[in-house]
Design a protein around this ligand. Structure first.
Ligand code: ZN
Ligand code: ZN
Length: 554
């Protein structure tokens, strides 16, 4: 962020009649553009200063030449105050939203400043939207995490923007959105579009795609995040060239899918056979694999060689994995030793994973309370998770007064559990469910299906485990808190209603799957003979024939 610009407003005056023929003005615009394109903060800062001086000069360059460069410098710096002044200037000069190139630069500015709504509002007013306008607006949503919104805008583009065919940039954003939303069939469609797009522009059919490492990396990531580890592996295996990111993405994908041995084998191949030097991110992936597989000994070993063989200084993510590996496997004291030897301050995630392990292993309320206290001392948005865990500790110790105290604390601080949702893609549309949702057009059928599932489960001898649900229901007074209405059950019912026979049901859940939903998913996979693939906040669960790929260690 530039330190001084915010304090010195840019001159917001319409420029004098521009003289596009003036050679000094055109060379200044050239300079402005190359400064803006430099992707270096101090040069981008200079671009903004140059723009200001150009515009107060007696013969300023035409604003529609210089403004896009100035806006691009402001975008790079994510300098919102300067950007807003430039926006005001464009309005005054009648360039926004009428002048498409200038308006596109403004879209990009708002996207870079984390204001996708402002970008979208402006986009709606551009009278002659170009392909760049659509691409920038879609990308604004993707880069700010609104994947479903981005996919809707892409559909709108295909429906309404006659004559504009998506290009490689569009498809790149759409692939990112599909990965974020776990939308596999749309992702496959985007992949096909990409092959067609690049094939149709003199690159030779599909050839350019396989050469482009960046694109292939994003395809590996896409398939991995959509629950199709096999497809991710195919793309990876066929890559003619790979960079370190290719390896990292593939190792992490296999780890997240619980294919732990394969993940670690790939690391060995990378380092021993292909002589690729791993980086800090590689070790996050490798330690995640050990964590998902409950492999304590390997975890210790990889952590050790990361430091001794590769000279990588552990970061908070590595410590986080290591503490989680040890604590979940019952080595709580060793995990605490890791924490005390850290070269940085432990974050709330580390204390929470210790607290979680203490709860699961009945380590005693004293230790759990100490962990909870540490977790609450670290500023963090997700404090409510700590309270939920702590009240579980008190409940299992039958300390009901303390349970009540935690609930009071939560309501006093206005804390609520982060609302959970599950989404499922069907025929190119993403359907999202929250707990107790009745907003879906097929809601009635979905609930009928849910009743049927419950009857079949009950007659097979299943009894719900209410230990987690009661706790949560006590704290979260929304009507959807009841166990049977957890969002993934609605998604599963919808999936059973609508999925093609034999096709797996793929669900994305923003939180961790609860114990009882995990049990139910296993039973449904057996009773209905269907594969259910759930991506939760931590990892993938592949439910098939009554068992889960995580082997119930998650
Ligand atoms: Zn649940
Ligand atoms: Zn599982």
């Amino acid at each position: 962020m530039p330190p001084s610009l915010a304090a010195t407003p840019l001159p917001i005056t319409p420029s004098h009649r521009p003289d596009p023929t003036s050679s000094s003005s055109s060379s200044s615009v050239q300079l402005l553009r190359s400064l803006a394109r430099s992707r270096r903060a101090h040069l981008a800062h200079r671009a903004l200063l140059l723009f200001r001086s150009l515009h107060s000069s007696p013969s300023p360059p035409p604003p529609h030449f210089s403004l896009p460069a100035a806006l691009s410098a402001a975008s790079f710096l994510a300098a919102l105050p300067e950007g807003r002044q430039l926006h005001a200037l464009t309005v005054k000069l009648n360039l926004s939203p009428a002048h498409t190139v200038v308006a596109n630069s403004l879209l990009h500015l708002y996207a870079s400043c984390g204001l996708p709504d402002a970008a979208l509002a402006l986009f709606r007013h551009i009278p002659a939207k170009s392909l760049v306008s659509w691409n920038t607006a879609i990308d604004a949503l993707v880069s700010n995490g609104d994947h479903v919104g981005a996919l809707e805008l892409f559909r709108e583009m295909q429906r309404d923007a006659a004559g504009l065919a998506p290009d490689a940039y569009t498809v790149q954003s759409v692939i990112g959105a599909c990965a974020g939303a776990g939308a596999l069939s749309l992702g496959v469609y985007a992949h096909a579009l990409l092959l067609r797009e690049l094939g149709g522009h003199g690159h030779g059919h599909g050839q350019a795609v396989s050469r482009d490492v960046l694109i292939n990396n994003s395809l590996v990531d896409l398939y991995g995040k959509c629950g199709a580890a096999e497809l991710a592996r195919q793309v990876f295996d066929r890559m003619p060239d790979r960079d370190i990111t290719s390896w990292n993405v593939m190792i992490l994908t296999l780890a997240n899918h619980g294919r732990v041995r394969e993940s670690l084998d790939l690391f060995d191949r990378m380092t021993r056979l292909e002589n690729v030097v791993p980086n800090a991110i590689t070790f996050v992936a490798v330690l995640s694999a050990c964590n998902h597989g409950g492999m304590v000994e390997e975890g210790r070993r990889y952590f050790e060689i990361m430091v001794s063989e590769y000279g990588i200084r552990p970061r908070i993510e590595h410590y986080g994995c290591m503490v989680d590996i040890l604590a979940r496997a019952g080595f709580i004291q060793e995990a605490l030793d890791v924490v005390s030897g850290m070269n940085c301050r432990p974050d709330a995630i580390i204390w929470r994973s210790l607290l979680d392990a203490c709860c699961k292993q009945n380590a005693g309320s004293e230790l759990s309370e100490a962990m909870a206290k540490m977790a609450l001392d670290v500023p963090d948005d997700a404090v409510s998770g700590v309270y939920v865990l702590l009240s579980r500790v008190y409940a299992s110790a039958q300390r009901w007064n303390d349970v009540g105290m935690v609930r009071r604390l939560m309501s006093e601080e206005g804390l609520k559990k982060e609302p959970g949702f599950s989404s499922i893609e069907m025929d190119g549309l993403v359907h999202q469910f929250v707990a107790g949702d009745t907003s879906h057009p097929l809601s009635e059928e979905i609930y009928m299906k849910l009743d049927e599932i419950e009857e079949r489960l009950a007659s097979s001898g299943y009894k719900p485990d209410l230990s987690e649900a009661r706790m949560v229901a006590g704290m979260d007074h929304t009507k959807g808190a009841a166990l049977r209405l957890h969002s993934e059950r609605l998604a599963i019912s919808f999936g059973l209603l609508k999925a093609r026979a034999g096709a797996p049901i793929r669900i994305l859940k923003n939180l961790r799957v609860c114990k009882d939903c995990h049990t139910i998913s296993k039973l449904v996979s057996e009773l209905y003979g269907v594969e259910i693939i759930v991506r939760d906040r931590i990892r993938f669960h592949h439910f098939k024939d009554g068992v889960c790929s995580c082997k119930d260690y998650w």
